[in-house]
Design a protein around this ligand. Structure first.
Ligand code: NAD
Length: 370
């Protein structure tokens, strides 16, 4: 039995409640499937600030660096709105991403057929939608220097952000997209703005060259990012994997996310570079939603985004494809059976709380695993 080291960082608000449902699945897998997950736990966000005065302690950061994968809940809440900027809850998340060098953000947009009616688009446009947005996470305009606001002295100020990408950053992110495409529909659409941005010209060039050199078995297309936004709401099923930069990825992945219904359904993964010796990547898995302080502690949060994030962890960190498929199928079956948390409730369905939803998914996963 191999050991698989998982660090759980439940965080604040509904983070701990939803993480509890994942813990049950892991406990059952260890007991019955002999999966050998070794769990450790740490504090992040407001919870870490209350305990250590920092958004994540050095000790917990070390645990994250040593783990095979990190499962992250959510951070933040009104209690910590006024804490100093550098120790605000989100600083914990940013430190994890930075220190673990998580440059590839994977945001699947999957529309379960049972929820197609709750999308803002027509059900036939989104039913069984399954696209994956691969967003560059550590470069581009959010981090480029100079990044300043200067007083021009004439009653005007000037704000500067810098969009900057080097070849290696584009090569490695499109490499992730091509490799993932091979495990899915084998198609990648690269999005940039080469018509108005030099970084878009280089992006397009490097993606094209990388494709030709190493991935010409994958179908590649290019689209301007604004046109991509339109196509995502016009005919989203035309896409398989979309690869794009930090800024456009931020926008496009939120657009894609909303095609699928509720924020309580959306998982994500952030991956680092493969280790030169072992090939293993540092990785963190987290729901897209925040800490939902408005419903925290009431036992009504939807745990599916957290559970689906664990399924991504099985798939991408541990290559446990069959189990990942079964967890995702279990979610789909539970929705088909009419179970709904409040955020996705619909006429004729059965409203359940966090624990009941988690139990239902686990029971279905057990059944499918038998
Ligand atoms: P949010 O995602 O926490 O909540 C938005 C709305 O969606 C709320 O009405 C909430 O009740 C609902 N919601 C979210 N997740 C749900 C779930 N699993 N089940 C049912 N309903 C769900 O976003 P927000 O309200 O803008 O932010 C709240 C706090 O979370 C803030 O402090 C913010 O900074 C933080 N935040 C953290 C992260 C993160 O940890 N990655 C991401 C976004 C926001």
């Amino acid at each position: 039995m191999s050991t698989r080291k998982l660090l759980l960082l439940p965080g604040d608000g509904i983070g701990p409640e939803s993480m509890g449902e994942v813990r049950k699945i892991i406990a059952w897998m260890n007991e019955v499937k002999n999966t050998g997950f070794e769990l450790d736990e740490g504090l992040v966000g407001g919870a870490a600030y209350d305990a250590h005065g920092a958004a994540i302690s050095d000790a917990d950061m070390e645990k994250a660096m040593a783990a095979d994968a990190v499962l992250f809940g959510a951070v933040g809440g009104p209690k910590w709105d006024d804490v100093p900027y550098d120790v605000r809850p989100e600083a914990g998340l940013l430190r994890l991403r930075k220190d673990m060098k998580l440059f590839a953000n994977l945001r699947p947009a999957i529309c379960y057929s049972a929820l197609a009616a709750s999308s803002s688009l027509k059900p036939e446009l989104v039913e069984n939608l399954d696209i994956l947005i691969v967003r560059e996470l550590t470069g581009g305009v959010y981090f480029g220097e100079p990044k300043t606001i200067t007083d021009l002295g004439n009653g005007q100020k000037r704000a500067i952000d810098t969009q900057v990408y080097d070849t290696y950053e584009i090569e490695r992110i499109c490499g992730v997209a091509f490799e993932l495409a091979r495990t899915r529909g084998n198609r990648v659409c690269s999005m940039e703005k080469r018509n108005v941005m030099k970084s878009g010209v280089l992006w397009n060039e490097v993606v094209t060259q990388t494709h030709k050199a190493k991935y010409d078995d994958v179908e590649l297309s290019h689209m301007l990012a604004d046109a991509g936004g339109m196509q995502l709401v016009r005919a989203p099923k035309q896409f398989d994997v979309i690869v794009t930069d930090n800024l456009f990825g931020d926008m496009l992945s939120d657009i894609a996310a909303m095609l699928t219904g509720s924020i309580g359904m959306l998982p994500s993964a952030s991956l680092g570079a493969p280790d030169a010796k072992t090939g293993a990547r540092k990785a963190m898995y987290e729901p897209v939603h925040g800490s939902a302080p408005d419903i925290a502690g009431q036992g009504i949060a939807n745990p599916i985004a957290m559970i689906a994030s664990f399924a991504m962890c099985l798939r991408y960190s541990f290559n446990m494809i069959e189990d990942a498929d079964l967890v995702e199928k279990a979610i789909s079956n539970v929705l088909d059976a009419g179970f709904r948390t409040g955020d996705i409730m619909a006429d004729g369905c059965t409203q359940v709380g966090t624990t009941q939803m988690g139990d239902a998914v686990l029971a279905e996963f057990q059944k499918l695993s038998a």
